[in-house]
Structures are given as C-alpha cells and as structure tokens.
Design a binder for this molecule. Structure first.
Ligand code: A3P
Length: 294
C-alpha cells in the first residue's frame, strides 16, 4: 500500500477531522453542550504544537507555582484531555472533569466549531497554543511513528508529507484548524501562546498568562518554574514526558523528542517548504499572526 493511504486503526472522519477511536462521536456531542464558566481555562492547540509545555505552564500559574505537586501527578490527570478516552475501560477527559471541583483546566485538540456556543457566550478563558507549521509537521511525523493509536506510521518523511498534502491527518489540516481558532484571537477571553515565544521569551509569556488569568506568582518561584519548564527538565520528568503511556513507543521516538525551533530544515525539501509557505501566506498571515521559523 502507498504510505499516503495510511489510515489510523478504526478512524472516523468528522467534519474533515480525522479522529481515532479514542475520540468518540458521543463524547464530542457532550463536549458541544458542556457548559464552561468564566473561571475555567480551555487550552486549545493543534497536535504537536507544544500543548504539554503550555499545560504545565498554565497548571503552575493556576496552582501558585507548586512544583512539588506538579511532580506528583501526571499532566493528563491534572489537566484532562476532554474529548479523549484511553480505552474501553477508562473514563473520558470529560468524565474526569465532571467529578472534580471547578475551576476546570481543560486540554482540547478539537476545532473551535465544536465550542462555538461556549465561545459566543464569551465566558470561558481560552488559551490557543500555536507553533510554526513546519516544526509541527516534523514533530507530528515522529508522533505518527511512535504512537500505536496512530498506526505506527512506517513511511519516510517524504511519505508523511504526501499524507499531509492529502489533508488526511489526525485532527485535520493544520491550516484549516487554525483558520477556525484564530478568528477569535482578539477576543478578551482568548490568549494566543506561541511555542517560539516559550523558547525566546518565557518570562514575558509567564507575565502575560498570569495577567490574562488574573493570577500572581511570587517573584521567588519564577526562576524555579522556568527551570522546571526547560526541555532538559521536562524530558526527564515522567509526570509530563508521557513515558507512562503504553501506546507510545519511546524507543521509536520519544514524546519529548528534540524540543527545538528549526528542526524542519533537516527534513523539508525546497518544494515541500514552498507548499507550506504558500498556505502560511494564504491562511495565517492575513489573520495578523506571525510565527518564527528559526
Ligand atoms: P518535538 O517533537 O519537535 O521535539 P505536544 O505537547 O503538543 O504534543 O507537543 C510536543 C512537542 O513539544 C515536541 O516537539 C516536544 O519536544 C515539545 N516540547 C514539550 N515540552 C517542551 C519544552 N519544555 N521545551 C521545548 N519543547 C518542548
């Protein structure tokens, strides 16, 4: 079979979003009508854009910078992945939320159309995570290889790029995904957090997110938080590095793989680069968003 025909085991395509069996249509229906309140925080990002990094940052800001507690529970329990159900004997992220007290901290990879009524109600605070599309695609290529839920992709980078061009990737096309979410970026209850800013301007991002969420962190915990959030620390920290998840084969490629800006240059041909550049100019730039590629 051609690698561009790669399909996720048991996949469903819902409104152009490719979903695995971990995301059940009935969960999506429930998410659509799940009431989100002003004190809740929804972290919405496309896969492999640094979601886990943003989650850890947001969790610490919402929990007085308590690193000890952050190191005592996996991130996927501290911030449930709302639409996700690990297997038939486990709870969905939504079920996990419903048995805990507010405020809810939530992770989602669904497009904004699912949350339209909550967004229009204008209450829930939303942090939209984004990363340049080229590094995102390289990261996603390795994620497809190491993740049995995505069918352990066996092809080369060029094969994966063909699959990207057919727009047949988990949670749909990157550009379509952001064309939905970025339309809300200037709303007062929405904050855009860029992966590249976490690299270059972490302390500014911490200040911004604190202000957005109406939280303050004591000055003396900030250096420890910044250290805790480095790639070196996070890749060694089993509460965030996903080594506890059996569907991920870290010997093929670790979840915390490289954590760099510009690794795409080791993969993209000029032609592939121009395909993505064109979409970036068509979809992202007109929305007034600029991303760093190196
Ligand atoms: P790479 O595959 O390029 O290394 P997500 O959490 O959305 O799945 O994103 C995972 C990507 O974010 C991976 O990218 C991972 O290494 C990177 N990442 C996670 N924590 C990071 C950190 N503290 N510093 C830099 N990159 C980080």
């Amino acid at each position: 079979p051609k690698m561009a025909d790669h399909r996720i085991p048991g996949e469903l395509v819902v409104d152009d979003m490719v979903l695995g069996p971990n995301v059940m249509p009935e969960t999506i229906q429930k998410v659509k009508s799940f009431e989100l309140k002003e004190e809740d925080v929804l972290i919405a990002s496309y896969v492999k854009t640094g979601t886990t990094w943003v989650q850890e940052l947001v969790w610490l800001i919402c929990n007085n910078g308590n690193i000890k507690e952050a190191r005592s529970m996996p991130i996927f329990e501290r911030i449930p992945f709302i639409e996700f159900t690990m297997n038939s004997s486990s709870k969905s992220g939504l079920d996990m939320l419903q048995v805990r007290p507010r405020p809810y901290l939530i992770k989602t990879h669904l497009r904004s159309d699912i949350y339209q009524s909550q967004i229009e109600a204008g209450k829930v605070k939303i942090i939209v995570g984004i990363r340049n599309p080229k590094d995102t695609l390289v990261s996603l290529y390795h994620f497809y290889r190491m993740n049995s839920n995505l069918g352990n992709f066996k092809g080369t980078w060029d094969d994966f790029f063909e699959l990207y061009k057919t727009k047949h990737l988990i949670f749909g096309d990157y550009f379509k995904w952001y064309s939905y979410w970025l339309q809300y970026k200037d709303k007062p209850n929405v904050k855009l957090v860029k992966y590249e800013d976490l690299h270059h301007r972490m302390s500014d991002v911490i200040d911004d997110v604190c202000q957005f969420l109406g939280k303050t962190l004591s000055r003396d915990v900030i250096p420890d938080i910044i250290q805790h959030l480095t790639f070196d620390d996070m890749s060694q920290n089993s509460m965030v590095n996903y080594t506890l998840i059996s569907m991920f084969d870290n010997d093929i490629s670790p979840f915390m793989r490289k954590g760099k800006i510009g690794d795409w240059k080791n993969y993209f041909s000029e032609e592939q680069s121009s395909v993505v550049d064109k979409r970036y100019r068509e979809v992202i730039e007109p929305l007034g968003v600029t991303l760093e590629f190196e």
